[in-house]
Design a protein around this ligand. Structure first.
Ligand SMILES: C[S@@+](CC[C@H](N)C(=O)[O-])C[C@H]1O[C@@H](n2cnc3c(N)ncnc32)[C@H](O)[C@@H]1O
Length: 421
């Protein structure tokens, strides 16, 4: 495998499996994950404390007490399962760091997308097969995937199935999240991962918290490697891969899809295939980045791809057998052949230049303005609480200052108080 000087990066060990941790600023990325592991522990510990206090209420029924007891047990186990899995970070926990140009996006937490692990390796409810079928509408059955890279592989079942169906020579699975990718690596290497699931809308009493065993049913010896890294600045050599796969990822990254096309283009060999599937629900604050299906195809053509096949198909999505909640998604799949090398890449920066260069002016940004007005109002409401004032009294103070009607001020104060309860 051709990486930029792989030796200079740490290898994180998930049991016996070592995964290279390839970030531009390794120590910043490690420290972000250490902080997120602490945050994860604190959050679940707080939940445990709340449940534990409530379970002491003498008026609750026997059944309720039993349910809370079981939740407590499985939540405690859950902390241990996740922190044991991530113990490779322990030795870095006390190090100090300063943010450089990059960071790990704030919406990527320790247990983000955790249900993907159950869907991929445990529920066995047909969803993985449906996803592979959606790909089969845009990739010929006799396609040979060759050296394949998945960006945002997550728990990696889609990459695993794709590897088998299209007889990949070797698959490189890249993701930013050490829980998902570490679990995937263990499972694909034949281990069983025990992990507790907490379904969104439990069907029955025993579905509130469920100990799950995640594993591959028919393990076959295959060629896989794993990389913990950022797909937006993937430190891999250009024109290395025969196939790049992007399942459920293009619309969740904080990058303009146009720029992401250049990243994929850089990694692919000319004449080879980019295969995508998943949702197309961009949620950028910049509206011009929230592309339609037609714009996606148009951009692909503009930035070096042709022979573009597209398909929409309805599939089940995250329907846990233990939950009343689940979705149907009309997934957008495409395959696109790289025709030519597109423009040279700019490095992707999560942080704007004015954060790193302290002498640069901070531009007037709508988002910051909106946040600051929210914070200001919130601070005013909260500081007006003196043990005597009611919602109406606080609203009257604000209504005068902001020239609002009293009714809208009451609604705003009420909402702020609810948000802070
Ligand atoms: C919706 S999940 C999809 C996971 C997997 N592809 C699947 O089909 O289940 C999105 C994945 O993208 C990963 N991800 C998000 N931002 C990333 C980044 N900058 N670099 C690499 N992976 C990223 C997340 O950790 C997560 O595994």
């Amino acid at each position: 495998m051709r990486f930029h000087s792989l030796k200079s990066y740490p290898q994180l060990k998930f049991d016996s499996i070592a995964i290279p941790f390839i970030f531009e600023d390794v120590s910043a990325a490690i420290q972000v994950w250490c902080a997120r592991i602490n945050g994860f522990k604190k959050t679940v510990e707080e939940e445990i404390e709340i449940i534990s206090n409530q379970s002491k209420d003498k008026y609750i029924s026997k059944l309720t007490r039993e349910r809370l007891k079981s939740s407590l047990k499985l939540k405690r186990q859950y902390i241990k399962q996740i922190t044991d899995h991530l113990k490779c970070f322990d030795k870095y926990a006390a190090e100090q760091y300063v943010y450089s140009g990059n960071k790990v996006a704030k919406n990527q937490g320790v247990d983000s997308y955790i249900n993907n692990i159950f869907r991929d390796w445990c529920w066995n409810n047909g969803e993985n097969e449906e996803l592979l079928e959606s790909i089969s509408y845009v990739v010929e059955d006799d396609y040979h995937a060759g050296l394949t890279l998945t960006l945002g592989a997550g728990a990696s079942r889609c990459s695993y199935d794709f590897h088998q169906k299209y007889e990949a020579k070797h698959s490189v699975l890249l993701d930013i999240n050490p829980v998902l990718l570490g679990c995937a690596a263990k499972i694909i290497n034949g281990e069983t991962v025990t992990l507790n699931e907490f379904p969104l809308a439990p069907l029955k009493m025993q579905d509130f918290s469920v100990e799950q065993e995640c594993k591959v049913d028919n393990i076959t010896q295959q060629e896989f490697s794993f990389i913990l890294s950022d797909a937006l600045n993937a430190p891999l050599t250009e024109k290395t891969f025969d196939t790049v796969l992007t399942p459920w990822v293009i619309d969740i990254i904080p990058m303009d899809f146009k720029e992401f096309i250049l990243q994929v283009n850089r990694l692919l060999k000319v004449g080879r295939l980019w295969v995508n599937t998943g949702s197309l629900a961009f949620l950028h604050s910049k509206q011009q980045w929230n592309y339609s299906q037609e714009e996606v195809v148009d951009l692909l053509k503009k930035y070096g791809f042709d022979d573009i096949q597209v398909n929409r198909s309805k599939i089940n999505y995250l329907n846990s057998p233990h939950s009343a909640h689940g979705r149907i998604e009309n997934v957008f799949s495409f395959s696109a052949k790289k025709k030519f090398d597109s423009l040279p890449l700019r490095k992707f920066n999560y942080l704007p230049d004015w954060i790193n260069d302290h002498s640069t002016s901070i531009p007037n940004q709508d988002e910051l303005m909106v946040h600051s007005s929210k914070h200001l109002l919130q601070a005013q409401v909260l500081s007006a609480i003196d043990g005597e004032r009611s919602i109406i009294k606080i609203a009257k103070l604000l209504a005068k200052q902001y020239d609002m009607s009293e009714d809208s001020a009451i609604a705003a104060v009420r909402q702020i108080l609810i948000d802070n309860l």
